[in-house]
Design a protein around this ligand. Structure first.
Ligand SMILES: O=C(O)c1ccccc1NCC(=O)[C@H](O)[C@H](O)COP(=O)(O)O
Length: 226
C-alpha cells in the first residue's frame, strides 16, 4: 500500500516532529501545546525512559488526537504489547528489536520500524523487509543497541525519494537540526536526549528551541523555493 494512502504525504515540506521518551505530565502537555506530530512512550524493558503501564495510561489521556501517541517496543512479548495497547491506546507502534515484519503487523495498528544506521551502509534492504511499515526511523546507534543514544550518523546516507516516510533520528538538537534537514530532507525528525536534562526528563526550553528550529528551517526552505 503506498504511504500516501495511509494518510502520510511524503512530498510536502512541513517536517513532522516526534518527541520521544516522555515520562512526565508537564513534558507531555508542553509537547501538545507545541503541536508536535508525535510523542513517544517507551516500553523497551532496558530503557532508562521505560514507563510502567499505569504511568503511561496517565500520560496518554493528556494527548488529544492532533498529536499521535507512539508506543516504542524492543523485543517485548506479545502479551506485554497486548496489555500496552489495551491500557494506553497508542496510535502507532514502533519496533526497535528483532521482531519479524509479520509480528509487527499483527496488532492491527500502523507501525514504524527503527533501523540502526551505526553499522548499516545501505538501509534499503532492511527497509524492504518491512513492506507493511508506515514509516522508518533511521537512527544513529549500532545494531542491537537501544535508541535514545544521542549518536549521530552521516545524514547524507538517508535514502531520498522513498514512498514510505522516513524520520531522521540520533543525536539531533536545536543547533544541528537545520543542517540535518538541509542535508537529509527527511519526512520527519525524532529526538530524545537532545531535549533532556536527564533520561526521561525533558528540558522545556530545549523542547521549544528544537521545535522552533525545525519550523524556522521549514519556513526558510519554503521562502527559498517560492
Ligand atoms: O530512548 C530510549 O531509551 C529507547 C530505548 C530503546 C529503544 C528506543 C529508544 N528510543 C528511540 C527513539 O525514538 C529516540 O527518539 C531516538 O533513538 C533518538 O534518540 P536521541 O539520539 O537521544 O535523540
Amino acid at each position: 500500500m503506498p504511504a500516501a494512502s495511509r494518510g502520510y504525504a511524503v512530498t510536502d515540506r512541513a517536517t513532522r516532529i516526534k518527541l520521544c521518551g516522555m515520562t512526565r505530565s508537564e513534558d507531555v502537555q508542553l509537547a501538545v501545546a507545541l503541536q508536535v506530530d508525535f510523542i513517544g512512550l517507551i516500553f523497551a524493558t532496558r530503557s532508562p525512559r521505560k514507563l510502567a503501564l499505569t504511568q503511561a495510561a496517565d500520560l496518554r489521556v493528556l494527548v488529544p488526537p492532533s498529536t499521535r501517541v507512539v508506543a516504542l517496543l524492543m523485543n517485548n512479548a506479545r502479551h506485554d504489547i497486548d496489555a500496552i495497547i489495551a491500557r494506553t491506546q497508542p496510535d502507532l507502534l514502533q519496533f526497535h528489536g528483532d521482531e519479524e515484519a509479520e509480528f509487527c503487523a499483527s496488532f492491527g495498528l500502523p507501525y514504524f520500524k527503527a533501523i540502526a544506521m551505526g553499522d548499516t551502509a545501505d538501509p534499503l534492504p532492511a527497509m524492504a523487509a518491512f513492506p507493511g511499515a508506515s514509516g522508518f526511523v533511521l537512527d544513529g546507534h549500532g545494531a542491537g543497541e537501544q535508541g535514545g543514544s544521542g549518536k549521530r550518523f552521516d545524514w547524507s546516507r538517508l535514502p531520498r525519494d522513498q514512498q514510505t516516510p522516513i524520520l531522521l533520528a540520533g543525536g539531533l538538537n536545536a543547533c544541528n537540526v537545520a543542517q540535518a534537514l538541509r542535508t537529509a530532507q527527511p519526512w520527519g525528525v525524532d529526538i530524545a536526549s537532545g531535549i533532556e536534562v536527564a533520561p526521561g526528563q525533558k528540558d522545556a526550553a530545549a523542547m521549544r528551541r528544537f521545535v522552533a528550529a525545525v519550523r524556522a528551517e521549514d519556513a526558510a526552505h519554503q521562502a527559498a523555493i517560492g
